[in-house]
Design a binder for this molecule. Sequence first.
Ligand SMILES: *Cc1c(COP(=O)(O)O)cnc(C)c1O
Length: 405
Amino acid sequence: MAPRDAAKNRTPSHDWAPETLLVHGGQLRSGFGETAEALFLTQSYVYETAEQAEARFKDEEPGFIYSRFSNPTVSMFEERMRLLEGAEAARATATGMAAVTAALLSYLRAGDHLVAARAMFGSCRYVVEELCPRFGIAATLVDGRDIGAWRKAIRPSTKAVFFETPANPTLEVVDIAAVAELAHAAGALVMVDNVFATPLLQKPLRLGADVVIYSATKHIDGQGRCLGGVVLCSEKFLKDHLHTFLRQTGPSISPFNAWVMLKGLETLPLRVEAQCARAARIADWLAERPEIARVLYCGRTDHPQAALIERQMSGGGQVVTFDIAGGRPTAFRFLNALKLIRISNNLGDAKSLITHPATTTHQRLKPEARAELGIGDGMLRLSVGLEAVEDLTADLEAGLAAAAG
Ligand SMILES: *Cc1c(COP(=O)(O)O)cnc(C)c1O
């Protein structure tokens, strides 16, 4: 198949439901008629003639030039994500952090101001608090739950707001529609890291967001194999900002990783649904235990922001955060006694994984910053996988017995 024919070979998407889009959407079938999406491990592409090469470079003829710019397998992954999110444009990146960094740095410049919710992934805090200011981009961190704080922080030079909802690991939630209204009134763009909600449980674009970012490393792969990221945005944001930044700075996803993500999308609804159902049961089980001081789960009615969650999410997600009474020594005894649930800082995997945020994902923060976020020494973040709930609760039970030790 000549690259210029690629668009003609795309599986049309019609008005398919998400499950159907995730199996068929965006497929580019080559002349060999393969059923499964092909993996194009190629750095560059050959041209029929010198004239064709010139036309490609001048953007007068569609087609592939170099895999730092685009690649058929990566393009299938991007198109499937675009259809799922209902965005005008999608670009894949090497990691979730590459997606966050590209979205922010392709758009903001010296003199601009950024407002971000302080409860966020540790590396995102580095980009916002340390990297942006180095380039003259001032950043203000706010309590994302407090609309008054957003209103106070947004000023005429504010060009973007950035937040994660639900946030890692405290599962704090930001009112996307309310923040978008404030940001848009000031002429600022709204960028949402939607990892914890997954593309299925929350639709930030419909609530007013302008840019949505994923670490595909998490639920999109869903089986702990490859790193990847995605930025979803308008055609205009892509054309004016993101496109050239990605081409020239090169945080491209490997076609192999894009292929793994593309196949991961086919089972995303099944996995997310099954993991959410298990997480809800585990959260209820933990809430009944006297050793557990507090359970945070977006699907429980005792979540402090349950009403907002009900409005903007269609499910509770697969992460359960809880505080074990007795602080760090008890938390460590508990973790070390687990046999099935493994200690790992990753999430969204088919395998249940647990981490102690204060000493891992958030150890870089000063103790005061951790206290401000409510990340105590007894806090544990559990990413619920696809195992049988009975096996998971038996493991937790054994952990609690050892922790009481
Ligand atoms: C994991 C994660 C990221 C970073 O993604 P990588 O693929 O590890 O670079 C960003 N935001 C959130 C909320 C995450 O969970």
